[in-house]
Design a protein around this ligand. Structure first.
Ligand SMILES: [Ca+2]
Ligand SMILES: [Ca+2]
Ligand SMILES: [Ca+2]
Ligand SMILES: [Ca+2]
Length: 453
């Protein structure tokens, strides 16, 4: 109000000067506004100097409001401090993650979908009894699975490398991909069906690929840490060819040309090559397991992702060595510290108990494995597979063992929840009216739907 001092200094001014003053004042602000020290941009209010936040007028520029439940879009770039989610469907996205516990639709720096409970996907192959295959999803409620439902009618065969699970477009929901084989007819393809949260959409080819189905090891993970899962084709050395790790980075709508992430050297584990974020930096790394020979202990070596390549191998073997499990070795973050750990599965043998032993990552090595099973003989591998996922959404990865249906009953999905230091006793989460059978194509785990409210 720069004209005000002038008015005082002039004493009684003529009416013309008053009009001039008011005209200047009206300028870009509506006449009738008090034009004083409001900090909001609302026109027409009559109270001077208001500093009240949480008004219901759109376009406020006050940051950090502490009033909950406003119904208008905010334009501020500072996170709200309220603990209750805004009810507005923002049209202008906040650029900082709100501290409220419900994400807004348009938050650009947060995962659009909330962390969900892991579901189990059972691919059903076509057969005489079921000419069209299916992708049956058993969604978790946190304490049990809902009745399985078919999310896409499609066909898988054992030779197709099964269902590849990853969040390929980075929307927070896991999608499903498959490889069609390359052959005399031309290259194969990586084809993706995106999750909508309630089903899988139409299949779309994201990349034509050539590969040798007999020798390629396929792994899905977010190797460059951009939030979208990528695909790696791993090859051991062959006659005249060194080992290679051909990584196809997701662009969100396709896979880019592959780049060999072993350009500076690398190798494939003789027992297994697994992927996980073992140092917890958000980029997926390689773990190579080699069984011990001649009485020596097994070795775990890690090639950390730099975001553009796999770095040179470093030895992460626990002090007492690490033998790959006779049933297998699985990856998961069982203590929920953000670093992936190893779990080896061994059935009962020679009178000893079956076990699921976990070797926790310290970020630079693995600690000695310890038996996480709840009681002697508590763990036995499932005939339909043994899977890892966070089935109750508490941040600790859990263990699922599937027993196929048969003459004895409908089968079961035995869940052992991680407490962060061990697994609980087993509980059957198969719905009471359900049955489960895993055939030639392995069952897989993914967060296909957002967390139920
Ligand atoms: Ca997705
Ligand atoms: Ca990625
Ligand atoms: Ca990493
Ligand atoms: Ca961990």
């Amino acid at each position: 109000m720069r004209t005000f001092p002038n008015f005082i200094a002039s004493g009684r001014l003529g009416i013309g000067a008053m009009v001039l003053s008011a005209t200047l004042f009206c300028g870009p602000i509506a006449c009738g506004d008090d034009a004083s020290t409001d900090t909001d941009t609302t026109t027409g209010d009559t109270t001077t100097g208001d500093t009240t936040t949480g008004d219901t007028t759109t376009g406020d520029t006050t940051t950090g409001d502490t009033t909950i439940g406003d119904t208008s879009p905010e334009t501020d770039t500072t996170p709200d401090t309220d603990a209750t989610p805004d009810t507005d469907p923002d049209t202008t996205p906040d650029t900082t993650l709100d501290s409220d516990t419900t994400l807004e639709v348009s938050d650009t720096t947060a995962p659009p979908a909330q962390p969900g409970f892991a579901s189990i996907l059972v691919p059903v192959t076509a057969s005489q009894s079921s000419p069209s295959g299916a992708l049956n999803v058993f969604q978790s409620s946190g304490t049990a699975f809902l009745t399985g439902s078919n999310w896409a009618t499609t066909q898988y065969t054992a030779g197709s490398r099964g269902a590849l699970i990853g969040d390929f477009d980075g929307d927070g929901l896991a999608d499903v991909a498959r490889m069609s084989p390359s052959g005399r007819g031309g290259p194969g393809a990586l084809a993706v069906r995106l999750s909508t949260g309630t089903n899988f959409g139409a299949e779309s080819t994201w990349r034509n690929v050539s590969y040798n189905v007999d020798t390629v090891v396929v792994r899905v993970a977010d190797f460059d840490g951009d939030g979208r899962d990528d695909v790696a084709f791993l090859y051991a050395s062959g006659p005249g060819s060194p080992p290679s790790a051909n990584v196809f980075l997701s662009t969100g709508t396709g896979f880019a040309d592959s780049v060999n992430w072993f350009a500076e050297g690398g190798s494939i584990g003789s027992a297994a090559t697994l992927v996980g974020d073992f140092d917890g930096d958000g980029r997926a790394d390689l773990a190579k397991l080699s069984a011990g020979g001649r009485g020596g202990p097994g070795v775990v070596s890690i090639q950390l992702s730099t975001g553009t390549a796999f770095a040179a191998s470093t030895v992460w073997t626990p002090a007492n060595g690490f033998e790959p499990g006779s049933v297998g070795t699985l990856v998961g973050d069982f203590d929920g510290d953000g670093r992936d750990d190893l779990m080896r599965l061994s059935p009962a043998s020679r009178g000893g108990p079956a076990s699921a032993s976990v070797a926790l990552s310290t970020g630079t090595a693995f600690a000695n494995p310890s038996n996480w099973t709840a009681a002697t003989n508590d763990f036995s591998p499932g005939s339909g597979g043994t899977l890892v996922g966070d089935f109750n959404g508490d941040g600790y990865d859990d263990l699922a063992t599937i027993a196929n249906n048969g003459p004895g009953g409908p089968g079961s999905i035995g869940i052992r929840l991680s407490t962060g230091t061990g697994f609980s006793g087993v509980s059957n989460w198969l719905p009471s009216n359900g049955s489960i059978f895993v055939g030639d194509v392995p069952a897989v785990v993914g967060v296909f739907a957002a967390r139920p409210d």
